[in-house]
Design a protein. Structure first.
Length: 138
């Protein structure tokens, strides 16, 4: 897998950090591809990035530890990688939560919108959850 462009950022494990990750991923994607911010692929990048970053903050952070966002423009699409500090907390897609549940749908959304996704434990201190979003007919 060879990236045409690559960008890596360290962000705080806060709601503000997750929001910034979403905005930066969308901006970088539109800069690289020339697609408008309101295009379907750009909206998909925003949604997938938001869910991966939110999960890293909610389930993968330790006090005082940041998370990393990496964006890789590949020939067929964009790979979004979020690295956090809890390799023992692997993401799992289970059955959908009850209709009245306030959370629990993030990875279901990632699974629905991304072409591929997964998780890699890098070492005893970190894991990376990644997703690839297709550029479609570009």
């Amino acid at each position: 897998m060879r990236a045409h462009h690559e960008r890596t950022l360290r962000l705080s494990s806060t709601r503000r950090g997750a929001r910034l990750a979403r905005h930066l991923a969308t901006q970088q994607f539109t800069d690289w591809t020339g697609l408008p911010h309101d295009s379907e692929p750009a909206r998909t990048v925003a949604l997938v990035t938001a869910e991966l970053a939110s999960n890293a903050i909610r389930h993968g952070s330790l006090p005082g530890r940041d998370f990393w966002l990496a964006l890789l423009l590949l020939p067929h699409g964009l790979r979004i990688e979020v690295t956090d500090t809890r390799p023992e907390c692997l993401p799992q897609v289970s059955v959908p939560p009850p209709a009245d549940a306030a959370s629990g749908r993030g990875l279901l959304l990632v699974q629905a919108y991304a072409d591929r996704w997964g998780c890699t434990v890098i070492d005893e201190y970190t894991k990376t959850t990644w997703a690839e979003v297709s550029l479609g007919s570009l």
